[in-house]
Design a binder for this molecule. Structure first.
Ligand code: GLY
Length: 357
């Protein structure tokens, strides 16, 4: 069992990572029930596969949303908030976000705004949520203009991670989550990237030890970064957006047909190729990134949109300012940095080359 602390003063919390943790859900979640009742937000798939496992000395009130990114919407937020109000949620209460990144983002945002904020607990059930999105308190829904454009920083009170729940995760979702794990190696931990090259196939098979190692490595790094730069104002947390500016544009362009992690994989490949094109990193590093992500079954070649459309999505990014978007580029594997000097016209020229037949 591992415990990782997110050191945020009065908003500090602990992440527990443990094989079989869900079997102890009654004990771990009981402190978050009130009046014998526990409110759980989940999606239809997760609830059907694992809902019965949340049994304990409490009555579960489940708020179930349709699976998929489309549920990060105003309509589902409204439905969820009204349900929470009908259930009489109070400020001191905690709701449980039991699902992947979509459920965590939606439930976390609902918790941030109901009665100006109640508590919530993350019980992530996808690899993507376990290695990244359940930690750090970013919550959001999507808007017509783009992904995650309406949201709040709202830290959970605890995160409970059980790698065994991944056994029912579809392989495509596992691969997509793996991209977010690889991201941590690419940002600042070349040894972890080398570990991924050696152990990625086992992790994507059914090796629970490999999954535990990856989850713990990523979560430790994320907890440290969030502890230093909770609100992404100091240039540290922004590094976690490696591949995301390209990725969000690609997701928007595909109408979210591509999973977030798939778009991030492609976005990270583009970020490394762009870095190599600017003379920042060795072309061999970019090739190594592409080779590993492709070997993991992730997309690495751009085949959607036009440079103008993709750059148009980037201009709508919440981090855009005055026609520029801070890009996370790299001086090598493990050497990511924030580059504020990139003009969108330069990105468009690069994308034109990527899209050329
Ligand atoms: N997923 C990036 C962050 O939490 O900052």
């Amino acid at each position: 069992m591992s415990r990782v602390d997110v050191k945020l003063g009065e908003r500090a919390y602990t992440i527990r990572i443990e094989r079989g943790l869900l079997e102890q859900a009654g004990e771990t979640l009981a402190p978050f029930a009130r009046g014998g009742r526990l409110i759980v937000v989940s999606d239809e798939n997760v609830w059907a596969a694992h809902g019965a496992r949340l049994a304990g000395p409490f009555r579960v009130e489940a708020a179930i949303v349709p699976p998929g990114e489309a549920s990060k919407s105003w309509a589902e937020l409204e439905r969820l908030v009204e349900r929470m109000l009908a259930l009489g949620v109070e400020r001191g209460d905690h709701i449980v976000a039991f699902g992947g990144g979509m459920v965590g983002d939606l439930a976390g945002f609902a918790a941030a705004i109901v009665k100006r904020g109640c508590g919530y607990v993350q019980v992530p059930t996808t690899l993507l949520a376990q290695v990244d999105s359940s930690v750090g308190g970013k919550t959001a829904i999507n808007a017509g203009a783009g992904k995650n454009l309406v949201g709040a920083f709202h830290q959970p009170a605890a995160v409970f991670i059980d790698p065994l729940v991944l056994e029912t995760l579809p392989p495509r979702e596992l691969r997509a989550g793996y991209a977010e794990a690889v991201k941590y190696g690419l940002i600042a931990d070349p040894a972890f990237f080398a570990w991924c090259e050696a152990n990625g196939a086992a992790l994507l098979g059914d090796d629970v030890e490999a999954r535990l190692h990856a989850i713990e490595t990523c979560v430790r790094m994320k907890a440290a970064i969030v502890g230093e730069d909770e609100r992404e104002t100091k240039g540290r947390r922004a590094l976690l957006n490696l591949g995301h500016t390209f990725g969000h544009a690609i997701e928007a362009e595909t109408g979210f047909a591509m999973l977030h992690g798939e778009a991030v994989a492609l976005g990270m490949t583009l970020a490394f190729r762009f870095s190599a094109a600017r003379g920042l990193c060795a072309p061999g590093d970019a090739r190594r990134v592409e080779a590993h992500l492709a070997a993991a079954g992730l997309p690495t070649r751009l085949a959607v949109g036009t440079p103008e459309r993709l750059v148009g999505h980037m201009a709508a990014d919440k981090k855009a300012s005055g026609g520029r978007v801070p890009f996370i580029l790299a001086r090598g594997i493990g050497g990511a940095f924030v580059d504020e000097s990139v003009a969108l016209a330069e990105v468009a020229a690069f994308l034109a080359g990527e899209l050329a037949p």
